[in-house]
Design a protein around this ligand. Structure first.
Ligand SMILES: Cc1cc2nc3c(=O)[nH]c(=O)nc-3n(C[C@H](O)[C@H](O)[C@H](O)COP(=O)(O)O)c2cc1C
Length: 208
């Protein structure tokens, strides 16, 4: 890969609650100048519209992100791939994607990754990350969790994925949903190897 080529990351959005975590993560990656290969499942598409409104539908995501998070998102680029296209770039280990995050990750997609099903592009790209030993960050959201769901998380962790549950912290004194989303997006960017200032570092005491 040429040194001039910008870093490329895959982002999967599935139908688990927490669409704001996905849009915040996408905006933060774009603001870093990253190229994002974006795949949204059918229920992920529904989630974006149900939780954030029609303005956040996939075909309008860029203007939505610009309005919500500012013009810095223009630093990056984004390619929207069909979840049905198992011949897309990120379905192959030869594609130079440096990592993948699935935000949020439904229990269905979690189960599929745990068992290597590769039935759609999100599942296949996750499988590629595991076989190529590249970072795979899974952000599951469900509560409470059944034993099979807990076991599927262990299987993914054993296979090399980072399990990063949608569990924002409160030490940074969040006041808005955006504060909570910033924390989760920051954790995801850290796990993918990016520096950021999405949440304050823990200083040993709660800053009021
Ligand atoms: C509004 C809404 C919220 C949902 N929230 C969750 C959730 O938090 N966690 C989960 O595992 N599934 C949730 N589901 C169910 C999944 O969307 C469903 O299992 C779907 O088949 C997941 O498919 P996907 O992984 O391909 O997106 C939700 C569904 C809807 C419609």
């Amino acid at each position: 890969m040429g040194a001039e080529r910008r870093r490329s990351v895959a982002l999967g959005i599935t139908g688990a609650s927490g669409a704001i975590y996905a849009t915040r993560t996408l905006a933060a990656l774009l603001a870093q100048g990253v190229h994002v290969e974006l795949v949204v499942s059918d229920y992920g598409r529904r989630l974006l519209r149900d939780e954030l409104g029609e303005a956040a539908s996939v075909d309008q995501l860029l203007p939505f992100l610009t309005k919500q998070y500012g013009p810095d998102v223009a630093a990056g680029s984004m390619n929207v791939l069909s979840n049905r296209d198992l011949g897309a770039t990120i379905a192959s280990g030869s594609h130079g994607c440096s990592g993948m995050a699935i935000v949020p990750c439904s229990m269905k997609t979690l189960a599929a990754i745990a068992h290597g099903l590769s039935r759609n592009l999100i599942e296949r790209a996750a499988d590629v990350m595991l076989k190529e030993r590249r970072p795979l960050v899974i952000v599951p959201r469900e509560t409470p969790m059944s034993l099979p769901q807990l076991r599927n998380m262990v299987l993914c962790a054993e296979a090399g994925a980072m399990m990063l549950p949608a569990m924002p912290a409160f030490y940074q004194q969040p006041r808005t949903f955006d504060d909570l989303a910033d924390f989760m997006a920051g954790k995801i960017l850290s796990a993918l190897g990016f520096e950021h200032q999405l949440y304050p570092e823990w200083t040993g005491k709660v800053e009021k």
